[in-house]
Design a protein around this ligand. Structure first.
Ligand SMILES: C[S@@+](CC[C@H](N)C(=O)[O-])C[C@H]1O[C@@H](n2cnc3c(N)ncnc32)[C@H](O)[C@@H]1O
Ligand code: SF4
Length: 341
């Protein structure tokens, strides 16, 4: 696993486009109507201002709708020794595109997978059953690739809660060796009332970790947004994490070592968890935004230095009053701001 250090902008996530061929109920990142799509040259001028950049992740929307741009960005990162990842729903790839991504030097293909059969996938996403075999093909082809690492990500939410172990086994049987478990980021689309309780989340995690397939690592993201160190829930979970070296939880790097670049040039702290726009690369270079944004400083201080806020403002947010905290009710988050058409 690549370790990213603190205090330097080492990674960027680029939403080349927010267009998508899916309409996932939980997602706040698709079809944001910004019109602008980043070109390879736009991205080159951003990357060339970031001396510490180690990793570029392309994630929209479904960025493979803009295949040529993705391929161009991967090539230019490869030339500069920057590692690359594409996040995809896995429905748009074929042999030719795999060959081209391999030739461009792509390091990681990261696929969303929340189901194990075409019927339930189709019913949940309201898409044709023909989509599921395409995803399975993509995952298998990436697993077989001599140069690309395949990662599968499953969101822990009310749809997958009772089937996490089943999805995990399915991914392991496909040959995937890293299974990322993404804690649900509360979203307007999904409806806040559907967000699982911490008790139910902890039950699902314990069950999954206890049944981990020995061939495949479990890698938890955004865990700290739900479970703070020192809480009863964390005391329950922590032994399971320390007992098994194949169960990993990542430290959040958003805002500290990573920022999101949106397709209209807006820079956000974290596209889904904390979609604050802190600048635009067509007005200010990204390094200056990173070094001077007061909103970013406030975020990093409260989230990373003090650990005093969970970043899903659904639960907790900077400036929240004690009365609001005690009330504990959902706080509506805006969708990411989209400026400039
Ligand atoms: C926004 S998608 C973009 C890439 C691609 N279209 C896909 O579906 O993988 C990137 C990742 O965000 C995850 N995601 C979307 N909405 C989420 C939410 N509310 N909570 C947690 N993860 C979410 C998706 O499952 C996916 O793995
Ligand atoms: S999660 Fe991915 S596939 Fe689903 S709507 Fe969002 S961007 Fe599209």
């Amino acid at each position: 696993m690549q370790q990213l250090g603190a205090g330097n902008l080492r990674a960027i996530e680029i939403g080349v486009t927010s267009r998508c061929n899916f309409r996932c109920s939980y997602c706040g990142a698709y079809d944001l109507l910004e019109r602008k799509i980043l070109s390879v040259d736009d991205v080159a001028s951003v990357i060339d201002t970031l001396p510490d950049l180690e990793r570029v992740k392309l994630s929209g929307g479904e960025v493979l709708l803009e295949f040529e741009i993705c391929e161009g960005i991967i090539k230019l990162c490869t030339e500069r020794g920057i590692s690359t990842q594409i996040n995809s729903n896995g429905t748009l790839l074929n042999e030719e595109k795999f060959d081209r991504l391999e030739a461009a030097g792509l390091d990681v293909l990261h696929f969303s997978l929340n189901h194990t059969d075409a019927q339930s996938h189709s019913a949940f996403y309201k898409v044709t059953e023909k989509m599921f075999p395409k995803i399975v093909y993509s995952v298998q082809r990436a697993v077989e690739s001599p140069t690309i690492d395949a990662v599968v990500e499953t969101i822990l939410f009310n749809e997958t809660e009772k089937r996490m172990t089943e999805v995990h086994r399915f991914a392991a049987d496909l040959g995937v060796r890293k299974h990322e478990i993404q804690m649900e980021i509360p979203s307007l689309h999904q409806g806040y009332e559907n967000t699982m309780t911490r008790d139910a989340l902890a039950d699902a995690i314990v069950d999954l970790v206890s049944h981990r397939d020995p061939r495949t690592e479990l890698y938890f993201s955004c865990l700290s947004a739900y479970f703070h160190a020192g809480t009863e829930h964390w005391k329950r979970l922590q032994p399971y994490f320390s007992a098994d070296p194949g169960v990993i939880y990542s430290s959040c790097i958003e805002g500290k070592a990573q920022l999101h670049l949106h397709s209209n040039g807006d820079v956000m702290i974290c596209e889904l968890g904390n979609p604050d726009v802190i600048g635009n690369v067509f007005e200010t270079d990204m390094l200056s935004i990173y070094n001077t944004s007061d909103r970013l400083k406030a975020f990093v201080h409260s989230k990373h230095d003090e650990g005093s806020f969970s970043c899903f403002r659904h639960f907790d947010f900077p400036g929240q009053t004690e009365a609001q905290k005690a009330e504990g009710g959902p706080t509506l988050l805006p969708l990411p701001t989209v400026r400039g058409k």
